[in-house]
Ligand binder design. Structure first.
Ligand SMILES: NC(=O)c1ccc[n+]([C@@H]2O[C@H](COP(=O)([O-])OP(=O)(O)OC[C@H]3O[C@@H](n4cnc5c(N)ncnc54)[C@H](OP(=O)(O)O)[C@@H]3O)[C@@H](O)[C@H]2O)c1
Length: 319
């Protein structure tokens, strides 16, 4: 050793001003790494960033325009690792599911393979079963492209995320939980293992620190969840118990009506409830094997109120 300090790892967080992305940036900075932020509007994201992230270099990245490896290579100058936290709930103009969730990540993975850069790709649970939603199919195609790329990459699949502040879905669920009546799809019986978004940010930073991400078989895959798995109605009840010990009245809505409602929400671009989410809620959305404790080296932060005292029905621990 000649005493020369090792160069710091520089990580580009795509979607770095988004809900997951800004927690990844905060965790990277806490680990002493250099974080760069990718955004469609790099000049307009100050309000969304934590204070310590405002000085991070920013790059304009519009996935609908970054569909070739060459386009990405020019943007990866000086970057060692990329974390892709980009996703859209609904399509707008040229920002289609296919471009944003599949074609741009595929081109990015190829650029990373060619240039020897590491890539951490944030995806979602529940994609392995047949789906009609184009949102879900595009995410699955994105994962398949990464597996075929030969890049040094990994796929991270978090369950539903919770936070005290921020996150379109998390905010909505916390708000709905306070309502005295919970109108829920009767077929939303799949279990979710909600996790704290800060834990996900930390897990992403730990992965960025690894010298290699892929295994001999292809990308390493990490399903992540919190400590307990339960269906949506129990999850809302647990969020509600943080503020109010009176249970809400649960009104189940027939599956066909909930599906119709999800299409209406997609058409009008209102609420985080989409057709894709309606499909997801009907199947388990918790990790088969939860990698979060091992990645963090500790138990994940609790989400919602602690499970009911003995005598009451307990949510199942997430495996
Ligand atoms: N939230 C959850 O509970 C959850 C759970 C599991 C998986 N996920 C997945 O994780 C991903 C991110 O979720 P999130 O909750 O962090 O969403 P988010 O807060 O909406 O952040 C997504 C980010 O993507 C960027 N983006 C959107 N369209 C883009 C485009 N065309 N080109 C480049 N960047 C674009 C946006 O950045 P700018 O606005 O700065 O351009 C935005 O901040 C999604 O794929 C989601 O499906 C989320």
């Amino acid at each position: 050793m000649d005493g020369t300090p090792l160069p710091r790892t520089t990580v580009l967080v795509l979607g770095g001003a988004g809900f997951i992305g800004r927690h990844a940036v905060a965790a990277l900075l806490a680990e002493g790494l250099d974080a760069h932020i990718g955004s469609r509007h790099p000049g307009r994201i100050d309000q969304r960033l934590p204070d310590q992230a405002r000085a991070c270099p920013r790059h304009q990245t519009r996935f609908e325009e970054l569909l070739s490896p060459e386009a990405w290579l020019a943007r990866l100058e000086g970057i060692d690792v990329v974390i892709n936290c980009v996703g859209i709930l609904r399509q707008r103009g040229r920002e289609t599911y296919d471009r944003v969730h599949h074609l741009a990540p595929a081109a990015l993975a190829e650029a990373c393979r060619r240039s020897g850069r590491r890539l951490v790709h944030v995806s979602a649970l529940g994609l392995e079963r047949p789906a009609r939603s184009r949102f879900l199919r595009s995410k699955r195609d994105g994962e398949a492209a990464l597996r075929a790329s030969g890049a040094d990459c990994c796929i991270v699949r978090p369950s539903l995320l919770d936070a005290e502040k921020g996150g379109y879905g998390a905010l909505w669920l916390r708000r709905v939980a306070r309502w005295p009546v919970h109108v829920l799809p009767a077929d939303a019986t799949g279990r979710i293992a909600a996790l704290d978004v800060r834990d996900l940010g930390e897990a992403l930073a730990k992965l960025a620190l690894r010298p290699a991400l892929a295994t001999r078989e292809g990308p390493a895959e990490f399903d992540l969840g919190g400590n307990h798995a339960m269906p949506l109605c129990d999850y809302l009840a647990s969020l509600r118990r943080m503020h109010d010990h009176r249970p809400a009245l649960v009104l189940p809505v027939p599956g066909w009506l909930a599906r119709l409602g999800s299409h209406a929400c997609d058409l009008l671009h209102v609420t985080p409830f989409s057709f894709g989410h309606w499909e997801l809620l009907r199947r388990d959305n918790c990790p088969r094997h939860n990698h979060l404790p091992a990645l963090l080296g500790r138990t994940p932060r609790p989400v919602g109120a602690s499970p009911r005292p003995s005598g009451a029905s307990q949510p199942a621990p997430a495996r």
